[in-house]
Design a protein around this ligand. Structure first.
Ligand SMILES: *[C@@H]1O[C@H](CO)[C@@H](O)[C@H](O)[C@H]1NC(C)=O
Length: 138
């Protein structure tokens, strides 16, 4: 635990040093945005979501933080959000699960994810309630 934290901090520091040393180019900016997102993972019982699709607890689906989701909603119709159907690879402590975006999560801050119970269980015990994980578009 301690040594993996140290490794993480060392890795973060070298990324920061690289970022500081790199010239301010658009190439540098896009490689920064390609890094993993970090957020709080919770779980919920999916039903009819913002994408217009009905899902159940056993589906590998996710509701993306409302702020991130809504930013991509065209003309106020979330059914047409291009994020709908996109896949996310969510990771926590060496485990990962690939889930499909079907909904928006009003209670999720930042890059938080509200996972189906089945998806959450592939990462952590539901008894934890929530965990801090990382994710990327798959
Ligand atoms: C998901 O992300 C983890 C951590 O970065 C990686 O080890 C794993 O190979 C990824 N899985 C997929 C299906 O992309």
């Amino acid at each position: 635990m301690f040594s993996s934290k140290t490794t993480l901090i060392t890795a973060l520091l070298s990324v920061l040093q690289l970022a500081a040393a790199a010239p301010a180019s658009s190439e540098g900016a896009s490689s920064l945005t390609a890094r993993s997102n970090s957020g709080e993972f919770t779980f919920y019982s999916p039903g009819l979501g913002a994408c217009g699709i009905t899902s159940s607890d056993s589906d590998l689906v996710v509701a993306l933080a409302k702020g991130m989701f809504d930013a991509q909603t065209p003309n106020g119709n979330p059914n047409n959000n291009p994020l709908c159907g996109k896949k996310i690879n969510a990771s926590f402590q060496g485990k990962s699960v690939t889930v499909t975006i079907v909904d928006s999560c009003p209670g999720c801050a930042g890059a938080g994810l509200d996972l189906s119970p089945t998806a959450f269980s592939q990462l952590a015990d539901q008894a934890l309630g929530h965990v801090s994980g990382t994710w990327d578009f798959a």
